[in-house]
Design a protein around this ligand. Structure first.
Ligand code: UDP
Length: 245
């Protein structure tokens, strides 16, 4: 039985990064299809207002708590999650596993030059990964031909970097067709893998203020991040409901 912790209706798996990777590796070995979602407060809030996306997330096999906001919320609701599992770190863990066990990885998403650089860097960093293929993310996401193309390369892992909710919608369609493999949306991670966008320095990550760093680097994210106070407000409402029971 998986231990789930529900935050605003989204069932998170209460596992450490290590436990996630162990479970994912097992499913890979068993040739099971796996829909993995890494959900941050932005995704939870979007799902709250978009029923289709909410229902889609409920179909995931695993939902990882991406970011300190989710961990704080779980504590506030008296159902603490073990640790935050940033999507980027989970992706790196999957790449390490793929390297160790010579698994096939398909990379799809981001701009054409970015994906090219990202795959080059992956080859240098993890030379034993078998690159099943790669494709940029600017095509008609409803095109079944691309799904066929990816499927034909028989990937053990498909990393999808279209940003949410596009990536999860595509993954659902892909997994309907595929017979096995892990598929996960990785947002802007290829931009980081390409070397074009820097991740926050480790000191910033350690103090859990990566969001603030990103905001300073990219002020245009402000509008997107303004969802955080709304998320906290929802959590407070939820906490009150639980207390009143
Ligand atoms: N992207 C894509 N196809 C699209 C729209 C976006 O491949 O139709 C890529 C975009 O180039 C970027 C990533 O998706 O690499 C989304 O990054 P964003 O910062 O929006 O996502 P986040 O990391 O915040 O989830």
């Amino acid at each position: 039985m998986q231990n789930k912790i529900t935050i605003l209706g989204i069932p998170f798996d209460n596992m450490t990064r290590k436990e996630f990777l162990k479970a994912l590796y097992q499913r890979m070995e068993d040739k099971q299809k796996t829909f993995l979602v890494t959900a941050n407060p932005e995704i939870v809030m979007f799902a709250k207002d978009n029923k289709d996306y909410f229902d889609l997330l409920l179909q995931a096999d695993f939902i990882a708590p991406d970011g300190i906001g989710i961990v704080r919320a779980s504590k506030a609701l008296n159902t603490p999650i073990k640790e935050r599992v940033p999507g980027f770190e989970l992706m790196i863990g999957l790449l390490e596993l793929a390297n160790l066990h010579q698994k096939r990885v398909y990379f799809i998403g981001a701009k054409e030059d970015i994906i090219g650089l990202a795959v080059e860097n992956v080859k240098k960093e993890w030379p034993s990964i078998r690159i099943a293929g790669s494709h940029h993310g600017y095509f008609d996401h409803n095109d079944p031909a691309i799904i066929e193309q990816v499927k034909a390369t028989k990937p053990d892992i498909v990393l999808v970097a279209f940003g949410f909710p596009r990536q999860e919608k595509w993954i659902q369609r892909y997994l309907n067709e595929a017979s096995y493999g892990i598929a996960v949306g990785v947002g802007g991670s290829f931009d980081v893998l390409s070397g074009k966008v820097k991740r926050a320095p480790s000191i910033v990550q350690r103090f859990h203020v990566e969001w603030l760093y990103r905001l300073m680097k990219e002020p245009s994210r402000y509008k997107r991040m303004s969802v955080l106070p709304l998320f906290l407000k929802e959590i407070r409402k939820q906490r009150k409901k639980v207390k009143d029971l």
